[in-house]
Write a protein that binds this ligand. Structure first.
Ligand code: PLP
Length: 373
């Protein structure tokens, strides 16, 4: 089986299993309890926070550990809401966990602006500039599009914030960017940054939210006040430690180079097949393919029967018809319906992706011939 849906989730590193065993069966203590054993765990969580801050390219701020990036995004947005005449700004290219939260707060009466995307799939900076003002409370943009791989310019977005609404909060959904695309928080004005372990060969059920200034955020649910009174509930200690282990094993630059080569070789195989590659020169980890006259869903099932697993847009939204992000970029519905998402991981072999590309070409040719008969 060749798995090309790594933006949906990734295979966990084997090394995480031993960490899970250790922190669930040996060092299982509650980090908030009073025993020496517990305070050792609490200390390890603090060290892990520093580890993540360092990986994010900053020494300032804190990390809240959450159950998934959907929770991180909800906490970032809902925890930033304030009463009053404030405005909230989102891009049209957001993942459902941000986009649907934005829709919800709009329904609840907040003033919400959605900024369009350019033809290259990134936030339209001119449109963003027009919408930002001194009433802007929150700007929320995706780092790397989970649909297309397009990368937003976080430095330019930061300078717009600094120029037009320096007191606002800048939240970035970094799920497809963290540990894949090199960047450093210290070069930006980002206040909140979400990331998730299961996209990075860590376990499901653990994610993070970087918080530059704790006073900018309010907790979403009451409880014992763990994690700086911002995210109550006993920490998922084993998850946190497994997440750290996964990140320790990732060499971001080496992986980027390898994945770039994977994508080049994959795309080269598709040449002259009539398959349209939607590649915005963004993240090499993600791209879209469009099959003239054949539905993406048909391709997905036919490919699975030949041993290749691909994605159909975001895993969270793929059961709904169409694709909001591709539509925003300006693709017509017939193209959107004919699309699949390809996402690589950095540990694939070149031969594997070349083989997958060949199977995709053969399956497409075969279905097309049958459709035309
Ligand atoms: N944000 C982006 C960009 C994603 O790709 C995803 C998952 O597909 C999420 C958020 C949600 O992540 P999680 O599955 O950890 O809730």
């Amino acid at each position: 089986m060749i798995y090309l849906d790594n933006a949906g989730t990734t295979k966990m590193f084997d090394e995480c299993v031993a960490v899970h065993q250790d922190f669930s069966c040996n060092k299982f203590y509650n980090p908030s309890a009073m025993s020496i054993k517990s305070s050792e765990i609490s200390k390890q969580i603090l060290e892990t926070e520093k580890f993540f801050l360092n990986k994010l390219g900053t020494s300032q701020g804190n990390i809240l550990f959450t159950s998934c990036a959907t929770e991180s995004n909800n906490l970032a947005i809902k925890g930033s809401l304030r009463s009053g005449n404030y405005e909230y700004v989102f891009s049209c290219g957001e993942h459902a966990s941000v986009y649907n939260t934005a829709r919800k707060i709009e329904l609840d009466g907040k003033i919400v602006h959605f900024v369009p995307l350019t033809k290259e799939g990134v936030v339209d900076l001119e449109a963003l500039e027009k919408v930002l003002n001194e009433r802007t409370r929150l700007i929320s943009v995706i780092h790397v599009s989970n649909e297309t791989g397009a990368i937003n310019d976080l430095i330019k977005i930061s300078s717009l914030k600094n120029k037009l609404c320096p007191k606002s909060i800048l939240h970035v959904d970094g799920v497809q960017g963290f540990m894949k695309i090199p960047f450093a928080l210290r070069d930006t004005s980002i206040d909140l940054y979400s990331f998730s372990a299961h996209k990075l060969h860590g376990p499901k059920g653990i994610a993070g939210l970087y918080v530059k200034n704790k006073s900018s955020l309010k907790e979403l649910f009451e409880g014992g006040g763990q994690q700086y009174e911002l995210r109550s509930g006993t920490e998922n200690v084993s998850g946190i430690m497994q997440f750290k282990k996964a990140i320790e094993l990732i060499d971001i630059n080496k992986n980027l180079q390898h994945t770039l080569e994977l994508k080049n070789r994959f795309n080269k195989q598709l040449n002259e097949s009539g398959i349209q590659i939607v590649d915005f020169n963004g993240s090499p980890y993600i791209e879209c393919l469009m099959f003239d006259g054949v539905k993406g869903e048909t391709m997905l099932h036919a490919l699975e029967s030949k041993g290749v697993i691909v994605g159909l847009g975001s895993a969270c939204s793929s059961k709904k018809l169409g694709n909001r992000v591709l539509e925003q970029i300006g693709f017509p519905l017939n193209k959107i319906i004919s699309s699949i998402r390809i996402s690589f991981n950095a540990y694939m072999e070149f031969e594997e992706v070349e083989m997958a590309a060949k199977i995709i070409c053969d399956v497409y040719k075969d279905i097309k011939q049958r459709v035309q008969k």
